[in-house]
Design a protein around this ligand. Sequence first.
Ligand code: OAK
Length: 830
Amino acid sequence: ERGASLEPSHPLARGPVASPPHSVDAFVKEFLRELNYGQGVPLSRSSLNDQYLALARTVRGYLTARWLETARKRRSHTERAVGYLSAEYLLGRQLDNALLATDLTQIAEDALHACGIELDALRQVEVEPGLGNGGLGRLAACFIDSMATMGAPCIGYGLRYEYGIFKQTFVDGRQIEIPDNWLSMGDPWEIAHPEMEVPVHFGGHTERYVDEAGRDRVKWIHGWDVLGIRYNYMVPGYQNGVVNTLRLWRARATRAFDLDIFNAGDYAQAVRSQTFAENISKVLYPEDSTPQGKELRLQQQYFFVACSLYDFIKHTQPTDFDVRDLPERIIFQLNDTHPVIAIPELMRLLVDDYGLEWEDAWGITRQCFAYTCHTLLPEALEVWPVSLMERLLPRHMEIIYRINEGFLDEVREAYPGDELRVRRMSIIGDHPERSVRMAHLATVASVKVNGVAELHSQLLRDKVLNDFAELWPDKFTNVTNGVTPRRFVRQANPYLSKLITDTIGVGWVANLDRLEELEVYAEDEDFREKFRAVKAANKERITRVLQRRDGIALPEGHLLDVMVKRLHEYKRQSLKLLHIVTLYDGIISGRLDPASVTPRTVVFGAKAAPGYRMAKETIYLINSAATVINADPRVEGRLFMAFPANYNVTLAERLIPAADLSEQISLAGKEASGTGNMKFALNGALTIGTDDGANVEIRRLVGDDNFFLFGMDEPQVAELQARGYRPADYYETNENLRSAINLIASGHFTGGDRDAAGLFVGDLLSNDAFLALADYQSYMDAQARVEAYYADQEAWTKSAILNVARSGYFSSDRSMRDYIDRIWHVKTGV
Ligand code: OAK
């Protein structure tokens, strides 16, 4: 049809061009085209990286047609969408996930094979985007996966950091951080839109004026600005044809900004100021749950949130869109307090730019946000000094003051004369310096506030945000976290997935409750044997991975005991270390016959925030103990410690399916939820854990007989702390504990250097803020129960199967269902 004109109304101009066919031949053709015309090389001269990039772009091509189609459908109706605002998305590798979502894994494998390439070799090339620190960022990634799989309208908004979470290496057992230059080889998954610039302003001052209608208005005279550049990532649903969007922002200098300076003749200064602007999206702050209060961090937060609100209103809505309809179109979910500056930003847009009356704007804003809190640590509750806010965002500071005025009036009305309460609840705090309490601002403006596990939500209501829960009891709710079964079961554990599918059929991957059907097979000897074979195969796989990746030679036939999570005192890696050292100490002192010790390999994975001294000392001690214990012949090979550096999503996917025992040993009342705990249970590890976070729900669901509980519960912790906790009491009265601590203090693990263990030991004995010594004996007893139970492989396997069968609840699909029903009220299946 030569000459057919592609008017905007032409079908080819409106809809996506069809996806390439699902066949090996078509795939080969697309792949070679990407290699030749995309990478500019023939197959015969292509590098592994060329091949990976061409493969990724080929798969992306299949996704794109679905993505355009999803976007077209979404534009054609006005259903409410979720805007997930998160400073972190810890995505993990994309290739396998994209292949699985499009059901192309086998086709890709065959197509590559036809080209003489192994898919597995290309998988290894992918650098994982580490745009998050830990639990909070990984949760965001699981949630957007689930939203796409449920066909629910959702845009993820965040930051495209040029450097993600640092790469960890060990030098003489100490953590060294290396910048994560994840983009250096090119990112085939992103689609940049450098032409769609969003202006973002900072600094300056405000001025009052009277508009034509005689109304008092405020103008923000900006100090400086940057541009937000849009990067889209496709978020495919699982084999349902839906592809949602993750939109990340990069900062770029404005041209005017450089030109002014350039024209003034200072070229070097122009380049410097460009760098200054672009620093905003340069690097992810590596602190997990401990904000550093850095100015650049506040710039990052405002930058991505300002871009996102502007983008949603101006770019995703029709041109005749009325901002008064905003609550019908969007609910912004605040992933902790990092994006909370969005609240005054929306007020600013509505009042200053759209000219709404304050009360109308506030009425709209209060319907557009919901807030998830992810912590219980007081030091993790973000505050920003008023002085910094006034300098960086003067208009927002005024708006926050005004929101606070209205709010405190409400408090005074509800509690006349209770000025103490007013002070406690104020959005502005006075100590140690005047600052904005972001959690209070979020709570005041949000439709709903939720914690991330039942216990956590209860503690939020009863303790951290108690005054607010009294004022607005209906605002508070719980949504227990979940993890995506696509990545953490189907992809990570193909052997188990096959066994499940062979047993209960397909369909469980997007409906994880169906794992219940496995329950009866716990009693089936033949099934148990197959289940053990799966575990054994996963152990062989992790052995190969650790050998290749880290040069670690795992012993065979051991109980595999795994503790992987950020290094934090409240998570108590210290307690795990005390357990191993006690066993070792028992053996070398002759109190414990090595033949009576269950052969056990303990694998740690943990990054410490670069400035967190105690965490880094703990890493050093674990590495030191590993070196000594692994080399000591007296142990007779019955204890082994491994600490592969740079634990990340990719390693998690290999390690978790192989684990027998999952360590979830935080001090009760400190771990908001935990999500690693869920991944282990779903992969058939048994948990040794405290009554903390989602452990409580895991234990309730899998049953007491299939979970090793130990330690104080939260009320007992509170009581002990109220009484006055003295760690030395435990040291003095517990012989094994004393002996283990003495062995560490003696320098046995640190080449005779007592000082090297000094900080760790000193803190345990005189401070021990997270009560490791108080829970020590209970932990040791529980580990003894683990050993006894593991000796009965049939019983252990039954429990492991029941863990899988009863953990379907922890699918992030269920979490999304709960958010939709309790908070978002958006439609699915669109
Ligand atoms: C990070 C920064 C500030 C506040 C909290 C965090 C964070 O990562 N919290 C973690 O969130 C996870 C997802 O909800 C929970 O599972 C973890 O328990 C919690 O520590």
